[in-house]
Structure formats: structure tokens, C-alpha cells
Design a protein around this ligand. Sequence first.
Ligand code: SF4
Length: 332
Amino acid sequence: MSKITHPEPAQAPEASTSLYADRVKVYPKAVSGPVRRAKWVVLALCLAAYYLVPWLRWDRGPGAPDQAVLVDMTHARLYFFFIEIWPQEVYYLTGLLILGAIGMFMATSLFGRVWCGFTCPQTVWTDLFMLVERWIQGDRNARIKLDAQPWGPAKLARKAATHAAWLGIAAATGGAWIMYFQDAPTVIPQLLTGAASTQTYFFFGLFTATTYVFAGWAREQLCTYMCPWPRFQAAMLDESSLMVSYRTWRGEPRGKAKAHDAGDCVDCGACFHVCPTGMDIREGTQLSCIGPGASSPSRAPPTWPPARRLPRPSRLARSGCWPAWRRARYLR
Ligand code: SF4
């Protein structure tokens, strides 16, 4: 008599791929050059506008606030210089937001991710936080070394100074945000003397905390995982959009400078050492490329690229050779 065997019950297939990735800390190297200088100018203008606009006065006559830009929640009014918007006129704001979105789409279509690379608040404040970090802890190699060494008085002092400076900037940012909703010369003394309302302290704390976390800790994670903008910006680019990219046909195969059968890329890693999001531009255009131009020759260190047979970076940029600003090839 044959024995009847029952097959083992089917096991649910084990998940073979984890969708979680640990963060790899990014240590962007300092760069210089015309694009970086342009970024500093844009950064200074954006920060100056943000911190100073609430202090501008605008005479609207007796009984009306004299702050040029003010969201007056108590009286349900929005003031912008000579414009005064009431709740029933909120469609003006909708129109403005639509125009702003179309403007961003057009700018992206023409010039690539200039919003991300130059004017997005995440980029502006992260750049500022990185500058402070570099002043206190040193450039890329010094920061890597500092993180690798055991905790001691020197490391503790540098880290504490960095976080104290970050918190100071974050508090100034949170304080400035409050000024857009209340009379600036009145609310700042109240905030400093403990006389402000609970709501004021709540929003001050909220914006201080978000600035500190986003620009000090989250940084490129926010662009890579949280922001919706990179998810659809590729749809706005075409072959005529300006962007920084890697010319594979010229760079590959990578190899040492002395190798005769290799392409022009000597695999020095300079392009991803300077990248604020830590991506490798040679792997193709990615959503985490915020397009700050860090890996273009004009922003790279003076010794870069140490490539064979290549003219100097300034000549590269002028002649449009790899990897200077070039026409995108997104759709091919
Ligand atoms: S990806 Fe998003 S958060 Fe990052 S720079 Fe661009 S718009 Fe800003």
C-alpha cells in the first residue's frame, strides 16, 4: 500500500528586497568659481529679503497697519504694499499661485532645476548651515576625520558650537516668520521678553525646529524622499533645456590618466565629492540632482578635472565640452 504524502503547505514568499535604505552621510567639499559666486549672491539676496521685508513700512492712513507686507489674521486682511486683499478676494492669491507655478515650469523648461539649485529655501538654508559647519569643523576631509574620531573635548566643542550656531540661525528664521503675521517692531520685543502669546511661541518654536531639522539634519534627504518637485520636473525638460550632465561617450570607460584605452574620466571622484546631495552624476540624471552646478568645471576646485588630453576648465566651459553646461538629452 502506497503511502499518501501531503505536500508541505506553500510558504508565503519572503520579501527579498528591503525598501529601506540607511542614510549615507554626505560631506560636500567646498568649491569656488563663477557659478558658486552667483549662488552666494542669490543666497544673500534671498536671506536679506526674508529677514528685512517685515521691517519695511507703508503708510495706509490712520487705523490701518503700516507694515508693508503683513498677513493680519485677526482682521482677515493680507497687505502687500499698496495691495489689500480681503477674504472674499482670495481668488487673487489663487491666480498668483497659478502664475507662480507656470513661471516655475517655464524656468525649469528653459534652464533646468534653477529653482532647486539656487532659490529653494531648502537649498538656501542648507547652504548657509553647511557654510557654518565648514567654518567650525573644516572642509570635507576634516569633517570625515572629526566624525570618525572618538568623542573628546575637542570634538564635543566643535559639534556643540556648530549646533549652537545652527539653532541661532533657526531661531532667527522662526522669529522672522512670525513677523510676517504680526507687527514686527512690536512682536520681537514681546518675543524676547516673554510677553508674546502662546500661539506666537508655538509657531516660533515650530519654524525654529523645522529649519534646524531640515537644514541641519535632513538636508538632501528632504529632496530625495520628501519633496514632490523632483518627481515631476523631468516632464518639463526637453532636449533644449540647459542642465549639467555627464557625457558618457566622452568620459567612459573610466580609467587612470596613464591608461591609453580609457575615456576622459579619470575617476577621481571630484564630481560627487562636491555634490550637496552626494549623487554620482556619471550614473545619469537623477531626481536627487538639484542642479546647483557643483560638478561643472566652473565650480570645481582649480585643479579639477585632472583629466588626460583635456583643455583647462575655463576653455571647457566656453567650448561646451564635457561636463560643462550642455543641452539635456532627457527624452532620448
Ligand atoms: S528637490 Fe524640493 S526641497 Fe529639494 S531643492 Fe528642489 S524644490 Fe527644494
